[in-house]
Ligand binder design. Structure first.
Ligand SMILES: [Zn+2]
Ligand SMILES: [Zn+2]
Length: 338
C-alpha cells in the first residue's frame, strides 16, 4: 500500500507538492519499518547499548556512472568524490565515528596497463538498472595511472582514509562496479571480480570481509561466501533490523536510508527524518544503516550530515547507541569481540 503512495508521489509534477506529500507520507506511514528478528540471547547490541548504527560509504569514483541511464558524467562525479572524501574523513573524525568504505577494487591501484584485466570474465550485455550494450566492459579504463587519470584510481584518497585518526573499515564494492544479480551476472564474473579485489586489497595489508552490492543488484551469494565475506548490506521493504544470518551463514544488514537531496525538503526536515530512524533503532533495539556516496550533493554535506552525526554521537555518548562498522557488528554477532 505504502509503495503505491510513494509511486503516486513520484508522479506529481510540482517538486513543492512532491516534497510536501513525501513528508506527510513519511510522517504517517509508520516508516521506518522494523523487521522483527528472533534474537537469541547472544545477539544483544554491542556494549549493551539499546540501538546500533552503521554508516557505509560507497566509494566508486567514475566506475559507478559509466553505464548509468541518467546520463551523468562519470568524470564529473569522480571529481566530486575527490573533493568530498577529505571533507567526509574530517567530519567523521570530528565525531569519532567509524565508517565502512565499500570501495571499488580498481581504486586501490596506482596504475594499470592494457591487458591487466584480460584474465577477468566479462559480464554479458544487459539492459536493466544500467545499460551495457556495446564494446568491452573495461573500455572506459584509461590504462594509465592516478596522476594522469585520477577518476579511475584513488590510492591517494585511500591513504587519506587509512591515515585518519578514526580506524575505518574498507569493504568491497566489486572490482569494476558490476551488476551482481543472478539474472545479469554469471557466477564466474563475480568470482573473478572478488579475486581481483581480495588480491589488490591484500597488497595494502587490508582484508575484506564486508560487501555492498553495486546499485543494490543483490545476488550470487554463494560466490560472496566462497571469498569469505561475512556480511553484506541489502535493500529490503523493511528499514530497521538487527543484523541477521542468511541461508549462506552470512550476516545481512538492511539498508535504512541514504544521504542525498531527493526532495525539496528543508535541512531540518531531513535531519528530523534521520533522527527518527536513529530514535526508532534505539527504541526497538535494532540497527539503522545509513549510507552515502562521496558524490553526495554539497548542500547535504554541509547542512544535513554534520547535524545527524552530532545527534548520533550524542546518543552514543549517553550509552544509548552503538556506532560501528559492518565488520565490527559481524565480529560481534559471531562472538569474536564484545
Ligand atoms: Zn585498470
Ligand atoms: Zn555503487
Amino acid at each position: 500500500m505504502i509503495n503505491r503512495v510513494y509511486a503516486a508521489i513520484r508522479k506529481v509534477s510540482s517538486s513543492k507538492t512532491r516534497a510536501k506529500l513525501s513528508q506527510i507520507a513519511f510522517r504517517y506511514s509508520g516508516k521506518p519499518y522494523v523487521k522483527r528478528i528472533k534474537k537469541d540471547s547472544t545477539l544483544s547490541n554491542p556494549s549493551n547499548s539499546q540501538g546500533t548504527l552503521i554508516f557505509s560509504i560507497d566509494f566508486e569514483m567514475a566506475w559507478a556512472f559509466r553505464f548509468s541511464k541518467r546520463k551523468v558524467d562519470p568524470l564529473k562525479m569522480a571529481q566530486l568524490e575527490r573533493s568530498h572524501v577529505p571533507i567526509l574523513v574530517t567530519l567523521f573524525e570530528h565525531y569519532d565515528i567509524q565508517v565502512t568504505w565499500a570501495t571499488v577494487g580498481h581504486l586501490f591501484l596506482e596504475s594499470c596497463k592494457k591487458g591487466d584485466h584480460d584474465w577477468m570474465s566479462r559480464i554479458p550485455y544487459f539492459d536493466d538498472h544500467w545499460k551495457f550494450a556495446a564494446g568491452d566492459w573495461f573500455d572506459h579504463d584509461p590504462y594509465s595511472n592516478y596522476m594522469l587519470n585520477n577518476a579511475w584510481y584513488a590510492p591517494d584518497l585511500i591513504e587519506r582514509i587509512l591515515n585518519s585518526k578514526v580506524e575505518h573499515e574498507f569493504g568491497c564494492h566489486t572490482f569494476s562496479h558490476i551488476d551482481c544479480s543472478d539474472k545479469n551476472c554469471p557466477p564466474m564474473v563475480l568470482d573473478d571480480e572478488l579475486k581481483a579485489c581480495v588480491d589488490v586489497a591484500s597488497r595494502w595489508g587490508i582484508g575484506l570481509k564486508s560487501f555492498v552490492f553495486p546499485g543494490g543488484t543483490a545476488g550470487n551469494y554463494a560466490i560472496l561466501r566462497k571469498h569469505k565475506f561475512g556480511i553484506y548490506r541489502k535493500n529490503d521493504k523493511y528499514d530497521l533490523a538487527y543484523p541477521y544470518l542468511d541461508k549462506e551463514n552470512m550476516i545481512v544488514t538492511l539498508s535504512t536510508s541514504s544521504f542525498g537531496r531527493g526532495y525539496d525538503w528543508s535541512a531540518d526536515e531531513y535531519i528530523t527524518r534521520f533522527v527518527k530512524m536513529i530514535d526508532k533503532a534505539i527504541k526497538t533495539k535494532t540497527a539503522a544503516h545509513i549510507w552515502l556516496h562521496p558524490s553526495v550533493d554539497r548542500w547535504t554535506l554541509d547542512n544535513v550530515i554534520p547535524a545527524v552525526l552530532k545527534y548520533a554521537a550524542e546518543q552514543r555518548d549517553k550509552g544509548l547507541l552503538w556506532i560501528g562498522t559492518m565488520g565490527q557488528i559481524a565480529d560481534h554477532i559471531n562472538g569474536r569481540s564484545s
